[in-house]
Design a protein around this ligand. Structure first.
Ligand code: AMP
Ligand code: GLY
Length: 467
């Protein structure tokens, strides 16, 4: 069977890699893919844009693709599933329709859906006028959360601890031409990402994963697309998972179905678990998480291709349980200097085979192969390095052992991924000392300087997107 994966991140590398573990999958096409999918045996990149629905449909039909898996939110929000499924000969595609993808692309739409479904979510008020939003802010307790109503590549949410910060965030969003914003109450607790597969009727949650969204250690600094993840989160008990399924995931899918929305894909709930153990939805996403996927999929034993096809056929019930490897996974993201601000592309990456020898699984994200087959950086989040272990401590050790032998100019990664859930003396890899942290981290967290010997950056070489 041939499968087509849309996207070019670490998530899509992990999906392609996992799909190819099934003997049923003879080939994966990745559109456009990255340096990792280019060199993955059985995988072939196709240099099309993710919004070229016509081109993607043509490749899928010419190649006789049996399944399309859509990674990122933008093509889902743009209607790729509707296009492939209804306009082009019913190509089986894993992902929600444009209508369903609003669960991520419109926070207001998602809030209304949650209210109808009786799902607990943070209280929010909608604003379309700057003046009214600023006046409202003055009466609200701090911290307060400002959200754009629309896809914002990870830049749409500000948790403001002061009034000027909150006002600035509101002004910024209206300046960015968002026409609607939400001002939301700040919820405290422990955050967890629950990604569930759904065939539109039932759900099968994947392992609970904890993302670290801030760029700096100790969860400081700017928000990013995600700097590292551990799974499963040991503090999410089976009872809590059952509660999340019964009170959040299933009612949401039921309500989507009642509204006659075809939602066959991933329902990703970003949850805050309150001190009282109540799950509150902060956001829904309509796709696999990145880097959650790079930690979750290596632990999945049930063949991914069978699960995804079951979703598109509406018979996920034939998998009453999912099989998982015992143990834990930790994925640490290595980013380019400057990320999530401006960063540079085109630096050579070395040490990937050495990292593999150390037992780490490297999923590539912002990478590309040049004409000489050298692997170069080509994005903000460059690599996601996953370690597996019988417990979190072992998984952490393996991920960091892999990272220790990888190099590219300006490489940065957080050294505290999963550190907060295990005692520091177990969690900190022995070869990393506090002085390493001081000498290596500080300069990279500041705005990076292009080394004097470096070529001036081409016009399009600096990016501020969070991928
Ligand atoms: P998002 O981009 O929607 O994932 O939000 C980014 C981060 O902002 C989340 O991971 C949370 O840490 C934080 N956040 C979002 N909404 C709230 C809220 N209502 N209360 C507290 N923190 C929040
Ligand atoms: N890791 C966060 C996301 O995928 O949205």
């Amino acid at each position: 069977m041939k499968v087509l994966v849309v996207g070019n991140g670490g998530r899509e590398h992990a999906i392609a890699w996992k799909l190819l573990q099934s003997p049923k999958v003879e080939k994966v096409f990745c559109i456009p893919g990255n340096g990792g999918t280019a060199t993955l045996p059985g995988c072939q990149n196709m240099s099309l844009q993710v919004d070229d629905f016509e081109g993607i449909a043509t490749i899928a039909s010419v190649q006789g693709v049996a399944l399309v898996v859509v990674g990122p939110e933008a093509p889902l929000a743009g209607g790729i599933v509707d296009f492939l499924r209804y306009r082009h000969g019913h190509i089986p595609v894993f992902g929600p329709t444009k209508e369903g993808a609003q669960i991520e692309s419109s926070k207001l739409w998602a809030k209304e859906l949650m209210h109808r479904a009786g799902v607990r979510t943070a209280k929010a008020v909608e604003f379309t006028e700057l003046e009214a939003a600023l006046n409202y802010l003055e009466q609200q307790p701090l911290p307060i959360v400002i959200k754009a109503d629309g896809l914002a590549a990870g830049k749409g949410v500000t948790v403001a601890t002061t009034l000027p910060e909150a006002m600035e965030a509101v002004q910024y969003l209206f300046k960015q031409r968002f026409t609607k914003i939400l001002i939301e109450e700040f919820v405290t607790g422990q955050e967890v990402s629950i990604l569930a597969l759904t065939d539109g009727s039932i759900v099968r949650p994947l392992l609970p994963a904890c993302d670290h969204k801030r760029i700096g250690e100790g969860d400081t600094g700017e928000n990013t697309g995600g700097m590292g993840v551990y799974a499963p989160a040991p503090w999410v008990t089976p009872e809590l998972m059952a509660k999340i399924e019964a009170e959040v995931l299933q009612p949401t899918v039921n309500t989507l179905r009642e509204q006659e929305i075809t939602y066959q894909g991933v329902l990703y709930a970003g949850l805050m678990i309150t001190e009282a153990g109540e799950p509150i939805v902060l956001e829904f996403n309509c796709r696999f998480g990145d880097p959650e996927t790079q930690a979750i999929l290596p632990l999945l034993e049930t063949p991914l291709v069978d699960l995804l096809i079951a979703c598109t056929e509406g018979n996920l019930a034939k998998f009453p349980v999912l099989d998982w490897l015992p143990g834990s996974a930790v994925c640490v993201v290595a980013s380019a200097a400057g990320y999530p601000g401006k960063f540079q592309r085109g630096d050579e990456i070395t040490g990937l085979s050495e990292a593999k020898e150390k037992g780490a699984q490297v999923f590539q994200a912002g990478t590309t192969l040049n004409h000489q087959k050298k692997l170069l950086t080509d994005g903000g989040r460059v690599l996601s390095v996953t370690g597996l272990g019988v417990n979190l401590a072992e998984a952490i050790e393996q991920a960091y052992a892999g990272l220790a032998v990888i190099n590219f100019p300006g490489m940065y990664y957080r050294r505290d991924i999963a550190g907060r859930v295990i005692p520091p003396e177990v969690g900190n890899p022995q070869d990393i000392t506090p002085s390493d942290l001081e000498s290596n981290l500080e300069p990279e967290l500041d705005a990076p300087e292009v080394p004097p010997e470096a070529e001036p950056l081409p016009e399009n070489a600096q990016q501020t997107d969070l991928t």
